[in-house]
Every structure is written in C-alpha cells, then in structure tokens.
Design a protein around this ligand. Structure first.
Ligand code: HEM
Length: 178
C-alpha cells in the first residue's frame, strides 16, 4: 500500500542517514590522532608550566645569574611550545564532529584566549625580558613586564588545564561507549 509505504521509506532513509553519520564522523579520529593530540597538549601545558615555575623559583630563590639563565632559555622553549600547541589545535579540530557541542565546544572557545595571550603578551614579554636580562637591566619596567607575563602565563596554564580536564572526560566517555 503506497500510503503505508511512504512513511516506511522515509524512516528507512532517515535510519540509513543516521547509520552513516557516526561512520562519516569517525573519519579522522583514528588512533594516531587520539595519541598525538593529548601528547602534544600535555607537552604544551608542561612547557608553559615549566616557564612559569622556573621564573617564580629563580626570582624568589635564585641568584641574578639564575634569573638571567631562565629568561634567556624561555625564548628557546617557544621552539617546543609553538609546534606543540599548533599540533594540539590541528589534531583537536581533526577529531571534532561538526557542529561541535558541549565539552568540545568549550575547549574550542578557550583557544582564541590562549592564542591571543600567547601572541600578544607572552611572546613579546618573554623576548623583552630576555633582552633586558641579557643587558643586566632589572628596573621597574622589567618587574612590571615580569608581573604581566606571570599573570598571562597563569591564565594560559588554567585554560590549558581546563582543556586537558575536558579532553580526559571526552576520552573516558568514548572508552565507556566502546
Ligand atoms: C581547539 C582545541 C581543541 C580541540 C578542538 C580538542 C578536541 C578534542 C576532542 C574532540 C577530543 C576527544 C577525542 C576522542 O576521545 O574521541 C579531545 C580529547 C583530548 N584532548 Fe583535546 N582539544 C583541543 C585542545 C586540547 C588541549 C589544549 C589539550 C591539553 C592541554 C587537550 C587535551 C586532550 C586530552 C588529554 C584528550 C583525551 C584523549 C583521550 O584520553 O582519549 N585538548 N580533544
């Protein structure tokens, strides 16, 4: 009967589209990405945390030579941090289903703040502080820029930490589904 066939056909079409969706969405979410993404994210977080802690400890406990060594080392650390962050973001988007919702969308919303903080505050202030430390000038401007850098660094540590926490929740959910 055509009248009874029509809803049946549309429900079959609907079901087959739904059956395809998880298959299509699972493209690009293979084991390499699932390993690379958290590893790169953890490297990025640990690198910023190391910058922050070594700055605080050298300022509080270390000699002037220790402060200079830390300030001169941090720009080299960007050679690890920047590719690690870029890899984290690229692999994160590769694993994201469109449209993103919930925890993934919260993770994506944090990234512009992390990026802007890094490009506009952390990199310029680290380069400025390294140049000043190299000249042996630790004046009021140095202290102010150092305070700004530590604040921006702390914000990025918290935001990256939240992304890691949400990522681990997503990973646990996926493991529970499998
Ligand atoms: C634009 C930024 C990001 C996006 C779009 C994103 C997206 C995702 C997605 C979709 C997953 C779930 C993968 C799955 O299990 O199927 C995930 C997992 C994860 N993410 Fe991210 N992420 C981003 C940034 C970050 C950052 C910055 C970190 C760390 C600092 C991070 C750490 C993790 C971790 C640890 C997991 C769990 C992996 C597992 O246990 O399987 N993510 N992310």
């Amino acid at each position: 009967m055509p009248a009874s066939r029509s809803p049946d056909v549309s429900s079959r079409i609907g079901r087959s589209a739904m059956e395809q969706a998880p298959h299509d969405a699972s493209r690009g979410r293979g084991p390499v990405l699932r390993i690379l993404h958290p590893v790169a994210g953890t490297i990025a977080l640990m690198t910023i945390l190391t910058f922050w802690l070594s700055t605080v400890f050298s300022e509080l406990l270390g000699s002037q030579a220790a402060v200079v060594a830390v300030k001169l080392a941090i720009p080299w650390g960007f050679l690890l941090l920047i590719p690690a962050l870029a890899t984290t973001v690229a692999t994160g988007f590769r694993m994201t289903r469109a449209p993103s919702r919930g925890l993934v969308s919260a993770k994506i919303r944090r990234m512009p703040f992390i990026g802007a903080n890094g490009l506009l505050v952390l990199i310029p202030s680290a380069l400025y502080l390294a140049a000043k430390a190299d000249e042996g000038v630790f004046d009021a401007v140095f202290v102010t820029v150092q305070a700004v850098e530590l604040t921006a660094g702390a914000i990025n540590i918290v935001l990256l930490g939240l992304n890691m926490r949400d990522g681990l929740k997503l990973g646990r959910r996926r493991a529970a589904r499998q």
